[in-house]
Write a protein that binds this ligand. Structure first.
Ligand SMILES: Cc1cc2nc3c(=O)[nH]c(=O)nc-3n(C[C@H](O)[C@H](O)[C@H](O)COP(=O)(O)O)c2cc1C
Length: 369
C-alpha cells in the first residue's frame, strides 16, 4: 500500500513512526511535560470547538493563499522550529526546508537544528525564520544573529517559554540527550529498530550543527532563566528584521510585547512540553486576540493534528498557524513522500472544511466566541 493510502490521519503517521523509531526518539517527539495532561487538554479543547456549516454559497473556487509579514504563502500552515529533526529520519531538516521552498511557507529553524542555519536558509529559499534560544550569554547570541543575518534570514523568532527545559518523564526515562549517548538500554532500543539504526549509522548520528568546530557549544539544559524584558529590548534593537516572540500565553505579556515593538507573537504551549498545568493555548489565543485587536500579527501552534484544527485556530484569532509533531511523524513514517502526503492531506482538509462552511478563503473564517 502506498504511503498516500496509509496516511489518512495524524494517528496513522504516528503509528507508522512508532514502528520505525527507537523508543527514545519516539518519546522525545511524542512526549510532553509531567503527566501530559496539558498537552491532551489542549487537543481535547480544540476537538470540542464546533464549526458552523453554511450552504449554497458557491465555494467552487477556494483559495488557501495567505500573507504573513509581507510574504505570500501557498498553504495556510508553516513549520514549527524543532531541534534535532534528523533524529526522525536522516535528512529531515532539508526535507522541511525543501517543503518551505515549494509552498513558500515560513520554516522555523531551531538554534538546536541538526543542519546548519546557513544550509537551511539556502535550501528554504528565503522562507526560513531563525529561532533563537537565549543561553544566558549575549555575545554568543549576537554571534548567532550575525550568522543568521549574513545567511539571509529576515525574521527572528525568540522562544521565551523555556527558562528551564520542562520535566518530561518519557525523555528522562529513555535517557534522551542531545547529542545522544549510547548506553546499554539505547543499544537494545537501536537493535530492535534496525531500519532507523542502519539509516542513522549510514548517514552519521545527528548533531547540533550550528555548534560544530569553533562555533561555540549548545547546552540543551543551559539556564535561560535569567532572560528578562531588558534582553527583549536589546534583541529588538540589535535585530533589524522582523522580530517574533514564541511561547506566549498571557494577555498581559502579549500586551507588553506589542508595546515593546515586537512584530508578531506565536501563542504556544511548546506543544505541552513545558508546563503540564498550562491553560489550553487555543483559549489563550482567543483572549490575546481580543486584547490586541484585529490588526496585530498573531500566530499559533500546539496540538494541530488536521485541517479542521487549522481552521479552528484561524477562527480563534490566528493570522497564521504552525505545525510541529505531525510533520516529524510523517517523515519518520515515510520520508519525504510521507511529509508531502501529510501536507497534502492537511491542506486538502482545510479546503474541504472551508467548503462545508460555505467559505472560499481563510480570511472569511468567522471568529469563534
Ligand atoms: C521534537 C520537538 C522539538 C522541538 N524543538 C523546539 C525548538 O528547538 N525550539 C522551539 O522554539 N520549539 C521547539 N519545539 C516546539 C515546537 O516549535 C512547537 O511549539 C510544538 O511542537 C507545537 O506543538 P505540536 O507538536 O503539537 O504541533 C519542539 C517540539 C518538538 C515536538
Amino acid at each position: 500500500m502506498s504511503i498516500g493510502n496509509r496516511i489518512q490521519t495524524f494517528e496513522d503517521a504516528r503509528q507508522l513512526a512508532r514502528g520505525y523509531l527507537p523508543w527514545m526518539v519516539f518519546d522525545y517527539i511524542d512526549g510532553a511535560a509531567g503527566e501530559e495532561v496539558g498537552e491532551r487538554l489542549n487537543r481535547e479543547t480544540i476537538r470540542t470547538l464546533r464549526l458552523q456549516p453554511r450552504i449554497l454559497n458557491d465555494v467552487e473556487h477556494r483559495d488557501l493563499k495567505m500573507h504573513i509579514l509581507g510574504q505570500e504563502t501557498g498553504i495556510p500552515f508553516g513549520i514549527c522550529p524543532m531541534g534535532m529533526c534528523n533524529l526522525a529520519r536522516p535528512g529531515a531538516d532539508l526535507m522541511l526546508a525543501r517543503l518551505a521552498a515549494k509552498h513558500g511557507i515560513p520554516h522555523g529553524v531551531s538554534t538546536a537544528a541538526s543542519t546548519s542555519l546557513e544550509r537551511m536558509s539556502e535550501t528554504a529559499e528565503g522562507n526560513a525564520w531563525f529561532q533563537l534560544y537565549f543561553n544566558g550569554n549575549q555575545e554568543a547570541s549576537l554571534d548567532l544573529l550575525k550568522r543568521a543575518e549574513v545567511a539571509g534570514y529576515k525574521t527572528l523568532i525568540l522562544t521565551v517559554d523555556v527558562p528551564e527545559v520542562g520535566h518530561r518523564p518519557r525523555e528522562l526515562r529513555r535517557g534522551f540527550r542531545a547529542p545522544f549517548k549510547i548506553g546499554p538500554s539505547q543499544f537494545i532500543d537501536f537493535t530492535l529498530h534496525p531500519r532507523w539504526s542502519l539509516g542513522t549509522l549510514f548517514n552519521g548520528a545527528p548533531e547540533l550543527a550550528n555548534f560544530s568546530g569553533d562555533q561555540g557549544t549548545f547546552d540543551r539544559h543551559a539556564n535561560r532563566a535569567g532572560a528578562d524584558w531588558s534582553l527583549l529590548n536589546w534583541l529588538r534593537d540589535v535585530w533589524k528584521g522582523h522580530f517574533v516572540v514564541k511561547g506566549v500565553l498571557d494577555v498581559e505579556d502579549a500586551t507588553r510585547l506589542q508595546a515593546a515593538g515586537v512584530d508578531g507573537i506565536i501563542v504556544s504551549s511548546h506543544g505541552g512540553r513545558q508546563l503540564d498545568s498550562v491553560p489550553p493555548p487555543i483559549l489563550a489565543l482567543r483572549a490575546i486576540r481580543v486584547a490586541l485587536g484585529d490588526k496585530y500579527p498573531l500566530f499559533y501552534d500546539s496540538g494541530i493534528r488536521c485541517g479542521e484544527d487549522i481552521v479552528k485556530a484561524y477562527a480563534m484569532g490566528a493570522d497564521y498557524v504552525f505545525v510541529g509533531r505531525a510533520l516529524l511523524f510523517a517523515m519518520a513514517a515515510g520520508g519525504e513522500a510521507g511529509l508531502a502526503r501529510m501536507v497534502e492531506l492537511m491542506a486538502k482538509q482545510v479546503s474541504i472544511t472551508l467548503a462545508q462552511m460555505g467559505l472560499s478563503r481563510i480570511s472569511d473564517i468567522p471568529a469563534l466566541k
